[in-house]
Design a protein around this ligand. Structure first.
Ligand SMILES: Cc1ncc(COP(=O)(O)O)c(C=O)c1O
Length: 428
């Protein structure tokens, strides 16, 4: 009997949600159905979270603690990408990704006409960085914990257009971080371009308060939201930023190479669209008329992107949102916060050789922990983890030379314990 038939019988027709055959990866060929949760799930309901884990093709012989870099997709997302691609390849379907804007908008508390589809966070950051009307000497407040994807566009604009980038230190409390941002203000400040959650040690910046202050000072408020969507419920209107760049391939567990940029409707006439094409216009241009008609921009965030997109990838984004909703975003948020705190507590229990870089304040921490081990080279410890099939990340950005561990819903406390055992061994 073939393996897929055996699996089919084992799971029973009713429990089988799909069959994906990737024998070259040694992956199970079927995935069980995950019922839609009609009430909140406890963060410690291990039986339920094990069912969630079974939705992921993640290798069972290794431990993945690096969601901050890339969120592995569950089967339903991979399945949707596959089917979306088949739509194009079998039926010649074109378009269809427009629906994704509406789904993303609802997911992050925005309107459909405020969402631009991008490939990644970097695309969104560049659209904002290059579209803002700066003049030489204008200052932008950033942080000392930027990812290259936020740092380098602004540093390049500094090099080309003479803006001045300033970097403030995040602090252990949200209150102090806000104070540090405010302290960097001068009469020349024109914008803030800060992370919601930096990639380095994962602290949650007090973005609502920062944006409120920035707007009260007449500044443009841009947030690098690489980490946020899929991690916690979001309401971008309530956050008050002018623009927020994110992706679906981290905490939303969506297909790789899918991102989105939120641009507040009222801000769209301030943020100049520069990378334009089919869809970013209002269909009123005509090169053959005399004089040439230039047309204008689409009356939505579509003005910031043009051209063909991948139906398969965006079907995958919709499936990722659907997957999150099957479990419940609030329950996911609580599970993520529980595992993040568990990891942090375990690190702290290792004693004073651990230098924790992430705040312990509840409102400032969630799923990513940054740390150093005194007397242990960060690269050497990363290698030890890799040799033991545990994937974490080194943080060389901004000279931090530290380590980062991030946990999502497919992880559990035993996996964290296995990682902590290596930390304890390294301490000696
Ligand atoms: C804070 C932050 N900003 C920007 C990026 C760049 O994201 P992307 O690779 O999707 O462009 C990352 C990626 O890890 C990040 O962590």
């Amino acid at each position: 009997m073939c393996a897929s038939r055996r699996n089919f019988l084992k799971n029973g027709a009713a429990g089988l949600a799909g069959v994906l055959a990737y024998p070259q990866f040694g992956l199970s060929q079927s995935y069980p159905n995950l019922a839609t949760q009609t009430s909140p799930v406890s963060a410690t309901d291990e039986k339920f979270w094990q069912q969630v884990r079974a939705q992921f093709p993640l290798n069972k012989n290794s431990i993945y603690l690096n969601n901050g870099t890339m969120g592995p997709s569950p089967y339903p997302v991979i399945d949707a990408v596959h089917k979306g691609m088949m739509e194009g390849d079998v039926n010649g379907a074109y378009g269809g990704w427009e629906n994704t804007q509406a789904a993303l908008a609802k997911f992050v508390g925005a309107n459909e006409n405020e969402i631009a589809l991008t490939r990644n966070v970097t695309d969104g950051i560049n659209i904002v960085c290059w579209g803002l009307p700066f003049k030489r000497g204008d200052e932008v407040i950033m942080s000392t914990h930027e990812h290259v994807g936020n740092a380098f566009p602004w540093l390049t604009r500094q090099r080309i257009d003479g803006i001045v980038v300033k970097a403030v230190n995040p602090s252990q409390t949200a209150e102090q971080t806000l104070a540090n941002v405010k302290a960097a203000y001068t009469k020349k400040t024109k914008a803030i371009a800060l992370p919601h959650i930096p990639c380095t040690q994962g602290q949650i910046f007090p973005v609502k308060e920062i944006c409120e202050w920035a707007k009260s000072m007449g500044l443009y408020a841009f947030i690098d939201g690489a980490h946020g969507p899929g991690m916690m419920p979001l309401d971008l209107h309530d956050m008050g930023c002018d623009a927020y760049a994110s992706c679906s391939h981290k905490w939303m567990l969506g297909p790789k190479g899918t991102g989105f940029l939120y641009v507040k409707k009222e801000f769209q006439n301030t943020l100049q669209a520069k990378f334009v094409g089919g869809g970013s216009d209002n269909a009123k241009w005509n090169m053959a008329s005399q004089p040439i008609q230039t047309g204008d921009y689409a009356d939505s965030a579509h003005r910031y992107y043009g051209g063909s997109q991948s139906l398969g990838l965006y079907k995958g984004v919709e499936a990722a949102i659907q997957f999150i909703e099957t479990i419940g975003l609030q329950s996911i948020y609580e599970r993520i916060a529980y595992l993040g705190k568990y990891t942090q507590d375990q690190l702290l229990s290792c004693g004073n050789k651990i230098e924790l870089l992430t705040p312990t304040e509840d409102r400032s921490r969630i799923a990513i922990n940054g740390f150093r081990i005194k007397g242990v080279d960060f690269n050497a410890f990363y290698k030890t983890c890799a040799e033991n099939k545990i994937r974490i990340r080194v943080v060389q950005e901004n000279g931090l030379n530290s380590l980062r561990v991030s946990t999502h819903i497919y992880n559990n406390t035993q996996e964290v314990d296995a990682f902590i055992a290596l930390v304890k061994k390294a301490i000696g």
